[in-house]
Ligand binder design. Structure first.
Ligand code: 3HC
Length: 311
């Protein structure tokens, strides 16, 4: 019977159709999904911190309202993805614990500080732009709840990217100081944004397996290349220089050649030695502890109002 179930699973994946929570699935497939969806959800939640820092410092009510909407969206994306992960039999309480005690990861990009207001624009333009390149193919991922969550996330991510780019366009039409602030911000975020796509394909232990299971639809390098090709003309239109002396258009390839990020830096940041790792986790732990009374009250209320015989 197990062999029949495995063949059915393989056939659904081969037809690029969806595996649903109640379908049989190899334990490795479930584990890989829990790992990736949890990391994705954690990234959205931790990702609120860098930008959240500028909510009280936004230069106008409009900028504050737009940033507030974006940060709230990220929270929603996180909860959406925790719900998708829970269909695989793990609870968000367990996932939060694994994030706080370092047993699960979140995207390296959120371990960099937001030192100027231009960073709010750069994060929208480059970080959410990279996230879009990575998340659009995930709309077609083989696991149903994850792919469906991505459809809504991608629609909101496009607004995030647009508002960031428009913010930078406004600053670039401003004073020399504003233009310098934008360039300095792009210089700090360009390489970390390229690292969001993961290590090079020949150093990625999970890609081959994730492609075979239809979890990933592209390799890390393919999506990185797509992001660079999409972003270079936007940088030219904006009037900023991307800090990569090896960046040039290759007519034959129909794509840009570009330099290699510092992979040792990515390894360091992933292993907890980035500029803001400790701060980000301490903040998340404090928020979790401060919110304990709300969770207890909600559980007490659910118990008190539970209809007899209903779960
Ligand atoms: N940050 C943190 N960890 C990373 C990483 C990064 N940028 N790149 C790779 N890693 C980790 C992987 O998790 C893996 O470690 P693990 O096996 O212990 O989990 C290891 O490094 C090797 O990398 P692989 O390429 O083999 O791992 P994956 O196949 O999982 O690919 C990934 C990495 C491309 C990030 C993939 O996990 C993925 O597509 N994740 C879902 C999308 C995502 O998380 N996007 C970025 C954050 S979401 C966001 O930006 C929100 C937006 O609103 C701003």
């Amino acid at each position: 019977l197990e062999q029949l179930l495995e063949e059915q699973f393989e056939a659904v994946v081969a037809r690029h159709e969806r595996i649903e929570p109640r379908d049989w699935m190899p334990e490795g497939y479930r584990r890989t999904l829990v790992r990736q969806i949890a990391q994705h959800a954690h990234s959205e939640i931790i990702g609120m911190q860098p930008e959240g820092r500028w909510l009280t410092r936004a230069p106008s009510l409009r900028r504050k309202a737009v940033l507030l909407a974006k940060v709230q969206d990220e929270a929603g994306h996180g909860l959406y993805l925790y719900s998708a992960c829970e269909t695989l039999g793990v609870s968000r309480a367990e996932l939060t614990e694994m994030l706080i005690d370092g047993r699960q990861k979140y995207s390296s990009i959120f371990n960099y500080p937001t030192l100027s207001y231009a960073d709010v624009g750069t994060i929208g333009w480059l970080v959410d732009g990279a996230a879009i390149c990575n998340q659009v193919p995930l709309c077609r991922t083989s696991y149903g709840p994850y792919g469906r969550a991505m459809i809504r996330v991608c629609k909101e991510e496009s607004f995030h990217q647009r508002q960031g780019y428009e913010l930078l366009m406004t600053m670039m039409a401003g004073t020399d100081e504003q233009r310098a602030m934008v360039q300095e911000s792009v210089d700090r975020f360009w390489w970390p944004a390229l690292m969001m796509f993961g290590p090079p394909d020949d150093a990625s232990p999970n890609t081959a397996r994730s492609l075979a299971w239809g979890i990933k639809r592209n390799t890390n390098d393919e999506l990185r290349q797509k992001f660079v090709d999409m972003t270079v003309p936007q940088a030219e239109r904006l009037g900023v220089t991307l800090p990569d002396p090896d960046l040039r258009w290759d007519e034959e390839r129909g794509a840009h050649d570009f330099g290699q990020p510092d992979w040792d830096e990515l390894t360091r940041v992933i292993s907890g030695a980035g500029p803001c790792n400790a701060e980000r986790i301490a903040h998340r732990r404090r928020a979790h502890e401060d919110g304990a009374w709300v969770r207890e009250a909600a559980s007490a209320f659910a118990r008190a109002t539970k209809e007899p015989g209903r779960d």
